[in-house]
Design a protein around this ligand. Structure first.
Ligand code: IPM
Ligand code: MG
Length: 363
């Protein structure tokens, strides 16, 4: 069935515009081959929004995003040492825009797949005996609660500067993300590792209790609990043991960067942030890399794979998503690499060429 895909696009800051351009190229080619059309709405967020409107997120962006079926995003933020955006108070900086849109659109479920591609084993910092046979795990990060959205303040108490950040979760917030994790696990390896710090934190003890309740509805899924410090260690010791890693916001932020590195490059990792509907915000897991912005060397693959996730989750276009993933696998197999994943004997290419090749391999 031909579809008109109504896609919001946040090009963003740093390498954002470059990598999004390539993802749109691949989407357009995919749409052309499969008989769909893409209708893009440009949205401003982060630094680009500060430059235009003085704030990192406007109501207009939220309203326009809500009218789209999905949003594809590059990356936001700049170099905090030099960018004027970071002279603003924290609530006006680029990152506040990203947190704001996650909250405004209720994007509580953040899926971050970490896959070791056979062809990229050379870029993986782990020993071969550990990565033998590859690994494929999915971090399911809670995205609209916990420390990120708890009350915070910095005050002077008896002449001593004191800062507060509060970590709060209610059972409903835990339940809905746990349900998502088990649902996904049913379509994958049927294992959930719930990561917490239940030996110290009350929020983690509630987390564990609710996750166990949810698990009762999924008798086929094996549930294990793991403390976050141990998980950090296990990810480099034996990443193959994981299928779905379910965890709260802050732990997920940290563990997903770690998981990305063991795949070789953060430039390869896609992500989806979903709410209760089909709507999602899709973005590479990596940042805006201001140091290489404009040089034409950024790896667009994470953004291209995010576009594939968008087709799969928001539009139910599995064949089209498969086609994009296959095209990515083919360029890697043929030896094409951007600089971040370059290794001896391969062919180094830039951002645009990578996008061109992947688009041309869509079938
Ligand atoms: C991420 C990023 C964000 C986060 C930052 C930019 C606020 O690190 O998406 O992982 O911490 O969630
Ligand atoms: Mg992060």
């Amino acid at each position: 069935m031909d579809m008109n895909l109504n896609i919001g696009v946040i090009r963003g800051d740093g390498i954002g515009p470059e990598i999004v351009t390539e993802a749109m190229k691949v989407l357009d080619r995919t749409a052309e081959i499969y008989g769909h059309t893409c209708d893009y709405t440009q949205l401003l967020l982060g630094g680009a929004s500060i430059d235009a409107h003085g704030v990192p997120l406007t109501d207009e962006t939220v309203e326009k995003a809500k009218k789209c079926s999905a949003v594809l995003m590059g990356s936001i933020g700049g170099d905090a040492k030099v960018s004027p955006w970071y002279k603003l108070e924290p609530s006006k900086r680029p990152e506040a825009g990203l947190l704001g849109i996650r909250k405004a659109l209720n994007l509580f479920a953040n899926l971050r797949p970490a896959i070791l591609y056979d062809e990229l084993k050379g870029a993986c910092p782990l020993k071969e005996e550990i990565t033998e046979g590859g690994f494929d795990l999915m971090i399911m990060r809670e995205l609209t609660g916990g420390l990120y959205f708890g009350e915070r303040k910095t005050v002077e108490e008896n002449g001593v500067m004191t800062a507060y950040d509060s970590l709060t979760y209610n059972e409903n917030e835990i339940r809905r993300i746990a349900v998502r994790a088990f649902d996904i696990a049913m379509k994958r390896g049927k294992k959930v590792t719930s990561v917490d710090k239940a030996n110290v934190l009350d929020s983690s003890r509630l987390w564990r209790k609710v996750v166990e309740e949810v698990a009762k509805d999924y008798p086929e899924v094996a549930l294990e609990h793991m403390l976050v410090d141990n998980c950090a260690m296990q990810l480099v010791k034996d990443p193959k043991q994981f299928d779905v890693v379910l965890t709260e916001n802050m732990f997920g932020d940290i563990l997903s960067d770690e998981a990305s590195m063991v795949t070789g490059s953060i430039g390869m990792l896609a992500s989806a942030s979903l709410n209760e509907t089909k709507f999602g915000l899709y973005e590479p897991s990596g940042g805006s890399a201001p140091d290489i912005a404009g040089k034409g060397i950024a790896n667009p693959i994470a953004t291209i794979l995010s576009a594939a996730m968008m087709l799969r989750f928001s539009f139910d276009l599995d064949k089209e998503a498969d086609a994009i993933e296959a095209a990515v696998a083919r360029v890697l197999k043929e030896g094409y690499r951007t600089v971040d994943i370059m290794s001896e004997g391969r062919v180094q290419i830039g951002t645009e060429k990578m996008g061109d090749l992947i688009a041309s391999y869509i079938a």
